[in-house]
Ligand binder design. Structure first.
Ligand SMILES: Cc1cc2nc3c(=O)[nH]c(=O)nc-3n(C[C@H](O)[C@H](O)[C@H](O)COP(=O)(O)OP(=O)(O)OC[C@H]3O[C@@H](n4cnc5c(N)ncnc54)[C@H](O)[C@@H]3O)c2cc1C
Length: 379
């Protein structure tokens, strides 16, 4: 199935991710979720396995591949038992691309290889306490003084933000609106940069989510990524893949929830027969399977479009909204099929239900996706 997208090399990648999960994550993941963290060394192990470099250029320590290797990796890593852990481990995938797209050679050499090797953690800082959807009106201000930018403001909800080595940070260097935004690389330890809090969340427990604070933070001008006041375009470029991968994460989580539900419905008895003996359960499972299948097919088509260099701006937003809505319904029904056990931490579907709630919020909300789709429809 899906032979038109996945070949032998994708199957081999899937196997190596599964082995990595079995050895390095599965035995500990429940403990890490309870502790609300995971060991930093996991980045190094994932780097050594080549996972952090997937899709990045070889000269900076990456392993170039096609888009379906990245899709296959994303689907498989969702099987680690914690969407938060998988997302934290993958935070480089949104922090590094702007540097590679518009950064200088020196920035690429200094900031990319250590991240792909798992020696450094890079994160993307766009969202602010005052709002995340309206990126064009962000408030964090950077004023140039000699060979430094003086940064004042804050960022919130930053994945892996509490232990990041640097933040690819969106700041306002110019006037109002999207034409006044630049990107700065702000390193941990820069005077005036602090982590103001680790945020307590509904799900993604193993992932640290930070609120960051900049007070007269002095950033060298050579850390400007791309041209001054052109940062918005680099952020938008990033969103295309981030949204596709959120859609893929959603269909992968829905598929796991479906598998768990089938297993449970086969072995759990009620009124003297297994749950699959009730037509209502079978139909629920049939609907869940249909939603999973439709999301996968759509996400793969959109990935193929991007891979062929076709415009998929609208499609990516549609795929994200479709897959995340489908996932919401599937995880809801998965908990329902599990009854009271579905509400308990020992059962995988309980975590999937909490973790997946973020899919229609992060990387652009459901409403913002619809806004983009409707604009593209030129109504
Ligand atoms: C666990 C987690 C991890 C995250 N990781 C990162 C990260 O690594 N880096 C980063 O920069 N950000 C990150 N985010 C932030 C995320 O991208 C934002 O939460 C998201 O973009 C929404 O912004 P907001 O929370 O400020 O909501 P708001 O923008 O305040 O929106 C609130 C509500 O209003 C709606 N709304 C807003 N504008 C409109 C409109 N024009 N029309 C209709 N409805 C509208 C929204 O859809 C939403 O329902 C993360 C968030 C979480 C919770």
């Amino acid at each position: 199935m899906y032979d038109e997208y996945f070949g032998q090399s994708h199957i081999m990648l899937r196997e190596s991710v599964r082995k990595f999960i079995a050895k390095e994550i599965a035995p500990y993941v429940d403990e890490w979720e309870e502790e609300e963290t995971f060991p930093r060394e996991l980045y190094k192990k994932a780097g050594n396995a080549g996972f952090l470099g997937l899709g990045f250029p070889e000269e900076y320590g990456g392993s170039p591949c096609d888009i379906f290797h990245e899709v296959a990796y994303t689907e498989e890593i969702m099987r680690c038992g914690s969407v938060g852990l998988a997302s934290s481990l993958g935070c480089n995938a949104i922090a590094v691309p702007p540097i590679l797209a518009v950064g200088t050679k020196e920035q690429k050499q200094k900031y990319v290889p250590p991240v792909l090797a798992g020696d450094m953690i890079a994160v993307l800082g766009v969202t602010e306490p005052s709002g995340g959807s309206d990126v064009a009106n962000l408030l964090t201000r950077a004023v140039r003084k000699g060979n430094k930018y003086i940064v004042n403001g804050s960022k919130t909800f930053i994945t892996s933000g509490t232990r990041a080595d640097y933040v690819t940070t969106a700041v306002r260097t110019g006037g109002p609106g999207h034409k006044g935004i630049s990107l700065l690389i702000i390193e941990k330890g820069t005077p005036g940069f602090s982590v103001s809090k680790k945020i307590k969340k509904m799900g993604w427990l193993a992932s640290d989510t930070g609120e960051l604070f900049f007070e007269d933070c002095e950033v060298p001008v050579e850390n400007l990524v791309g041209q001054e006041n052109q940062g918005f375009y680099a952020i938008m470029l990033n969103f295309q893949k981030e949204r596709l991968y959120l859609a893929v994460e959603a269909h992968a989580v829905a598929e796991i929830a479906l598998e768990e539900s089938i297993k449970y419905a086969r072995q759990r008895n009620a009124f003297g027969r297994p749950l699959v003996g009730f037509q209502v359960t079978r139909h629920k499972l049939a609907e869940m399977a249909t939603l999973v299948e439709a999301s996968k097919q759509f996400d793969y088509r959109v990935a193929a479009k991007i891979s062929n260099g076709q415009d998929a701006f609208k499609d990516v937003c549609m795929a994200k909204n479709f897959a995340t809505t489908a996932c919401d319904k599937v995880v809801y029904d998965a908990v329902q099929i599990h009854g009271g056990y579905g509400y308990c931490r020992e059962y995988m579907v309980e975590r999937l239900y909490r973790d997946s709630r973020l899919f229609s919020i992060g990387g652009g909300t459901y409403e913002i996706m619809n806004e983009i789709i409707s604009k593209q429809m030129k109504l």
